[in-house]
Ligand binder design. Sequence first.
Ligand SMILES: Nc1ncnc2c1ncn2[C@@H]1O[C@H](COP(=O)(O)OP(=O)(O)OP(=O)(O)O)[C@@H](O)[C@H]1O
Length: 293
Amino acid sequence: MGKECVLGVEQLQMRYGTRDVLHEVTFHVDRGEVLALLGPNGAGKTTTIEILEGFRLRSGGRAEVLGVDPAYGDERWRARIGVVLQSWRDHGKWRVRELLAHLGSYYRAYSTAEVQRPWDADELIEAVGLTAQADQKIKVLSGGQRRRLDVAIGIVGRPEVLFLDEPTTGFDPAARHEFHELVRRLAREHGTSVLLTTHDLNEADRLAERIVILAGGRIIADGTADQLARRIAGQDEVRWSCDGQAFAKSMTDSTAFVRGLFGQYGEAIRDLEVRRASLENTYLSLVHESEAR
Ligand SMILES: Nc1ncnc2c1ncn2[C@@H]1O[C@H](COP(=O)(O)OP(=O)(O)OP(=O)(O)O)[C@@H](O)[C@H]1O
């Protein structure tokens, strides 16, 4: 079965005044796919996401989300997308369950046979790990708990496409782990397509099936973490020790190297370790390469 593209930009351009900040950016996301948009500060990630959310008008090129040009998305279209915005501080007096039930009620009119809207408030609260805080006022929540609430607000309408702009900033490691599980479940079980920006390369590696790297408003890489790693030389690092001496070497074909090593030294080889280039190495190398051009 062919994959269904739910979101895409082609030759996308953005100009602020006389400055071009996006240059012919082209990528797409399939149904149920998690795509991470990475890039240094100022690369154009938020601008791209805001254009796709319909919050910003592009200067050129094409954009489509769920078959609609975001510049002309109506309420029905908006009900099918989810956006995680930063903290709902103005609602400090509301209680968690109360706010989610209230916001969810706006989506009821957009419920369909395939997608029941909104998400039941208690089920949603459990899914984001806020059960113990369900009856607390928002102003007493910790930073990480507020962020979980932001995520709950973003998905209360059971969106088909979810935009997450640096979603786990301020999460403790356990909250981050639970959040990753939630995003995977949304993609796998509910077919939600996710476009995520993050500076946490571990997060991108764990969550995303595909990674797009933007630098200076241009796409410099697009592929799986493995495909990107293969683009940089010396991708694997092999470490071993022999007769009490430690060795380390970077190479492209570690399998052949290890075979040769055992052929030559056999039983004398100890502490063998083979490491694929981390996404961090790959990312730094690709960004550095693009800056040198
Ligand atoms: N409203 C605006 N007016 C003028 N320039 C802007 C505006 N918003 C963003 N920019 C510029 O556009 C470029 C891209 O910004 P954007 O916020 O999209 O980058 P980003 O990749 O999301 O960065 P970060 O990782 O720091 O969040 C930057 O050079 C920024 O200064």
